[in-house]
Design a protein around this ligand. Structure first.
Ligand code: GLA
Length: 367
């Protein structure tokens, strides 16, 4: 038996930019999904989830496998996409245990996809370039599960590094690893509201971005994604755009600029500036992209009043889930205590607070 691990992620800045060929800055988390795998003679997969205490079985030669809204869609989708891409898989028994909170915007889905993919590839004696593997897992989510996600989560789950944030160009898939200073903590606050309806609203945002690109490409040459449009060009063509599409585009274009500025700020250790950019990102996601929620806004507002907080914003797709906070190390306890107290008083929900460090990407675990 072999064991593989792949982490969830937190995105520091650069939200809803990945599927616009833009820039993101996630870090891999020290929460992972673990897949134990052992070979089987027959071309079938049996998959057991420890979290759901449930077993499923699929025949790898079945051409009619389809998603059913079940947890198994993610590992099955990965197997189906690998097979369709021409990688012949060997039968296996998989045992999955996830510790990334589900539905919280910390990419439990990418963690299960990447851990499964690494296990299936190794069990079948295959070698796949990690960039290609990330893209195949994204395809599993796009084509099999039906969520039109970008490449950020799968990419950082493979390429993340301990104590580093990863600044990724989602068009070229080139990246830089930026050191996170020792004197700050990444603190994640879970609103405990799961992102219900997120998938349809997410696909709708994507379609609005595409509508913006389609319109502007009529006037501007070489525009294939919002990545290629400047804020001045957006202003010039504002009259021809539906108001809501204009605001969606404005978020993406300004957010891309914020990621690049945040990268520079981190490189010169300017945490004040980094934190301001996080605040701007949150406001833009709230007002222009409209993917925040009352609870996320409240969690950010509470954090921003606490001493030692450089920045706070929602993280991930939105509509619930978590905030990410950059907090001076010395203030960690005070931060935790105040957020717990004030958030619970206002909502009657007891938040979960995770004090995180950036971790390594997926790997085989020697047991
Ligand atoms: C989800 C998707 C990512 C990304 C974020 C928003 O996490 O999986 O690809 O689009 O939302 O930034």
């Amino acid at each position: 038996m072999r064991t593989f691990r792949a982490p969830g992620r937190v995105n520091l800045i650069g939200e809803h930019t990945d599927y616009n060929d833009g820039f993101v800055m996630p870090a891999a988390l020290d929460f992972s999904t673990w897949v134990k795998i052992s070979p089987l003679e027959q071309r079938k997969l049996t998959i057991f989830s420890e979290n759901f205490s449930e077993d499923i079985e699929i025949d790898l030669d079945d051409q009619n496998l389809a998603a059913s809204g079940h947890w198994s869609d993610y590992p099955v989708g990965v197997a189906v996409v690998l097979e369709r891409a021409g990688y012949r898989l060997r039968g296996a028994r998989l045992q999955i245990r996830g510790e990334v909170p589900i539905g919280s915007g910390l990419s439990s889905s990418a963690a299960i996809e990447i851990a499964t993919a690494c296990a299936l590839v190794a069990n079948s004696g295959l070698k796949i370039d990690p960039r290609r593997l990330a893209l195949l897992c994204q395809r599993a989510e796009n084509e099999f599960v039906g969520a039109r996600v970008g490449i950020m989560d799968q990419f950082v789950s493979l390429f993340g590094q301990a104590h580093k944030a990863l600044l990724l160009d989602c068009r070229s898939l080139e990246f830089r690893l930026l050191p996170l200073p020792d004197n700050v903590r990444l603190i994640i606050c879970n609103t405990m509201v799961k992102h219900a309806l997120a998938s349809s609203a997410y696909n709708e945002r994507r379609a609005q971005c595409e509508a913006g690109v389609e319109y502007m490409a009529k006037f501007l040459s070489n525009v294939t994604a919002l990545r290629d449009v400047t804020i001045e060009q957006l202003h010039q063509h504002a009259d021809g755009l539906e108001e809501v599409v204009y605001r969606r585009c404005r978020h993406v274009i300004t957010e891309n600029a914020r990621v690049l500025s945040a990268g520079e700020a981190l490189e010169r250790d300017d945490l004040e500036r980094f934190g301001e950019l996080m605040g701007e990102s949150h406001r833009s996601l709230r007002d222009d992209y409209e993917v925040s929620s009352e609870e996320l806004d409240l969690m950010v507002a509470i954090a921003q009043k606490i001493e030692g907080v450089y920045g706070a914003r929602m993280t991930g797709g939105g509509f619930g889930g978590c905030t990410v906070n950059l907090v001076a190390d010395s203030q960690t306890e005070e931060f935790k205590e105040r957020v717990l107290r004030e958030y619970e008083r206002a909502t009657s929900l007891r938040p979960e607070i995770y004090i995180c460090t950036a971790a390594n990407g997926a790997e085989e675990v020697r047991t």
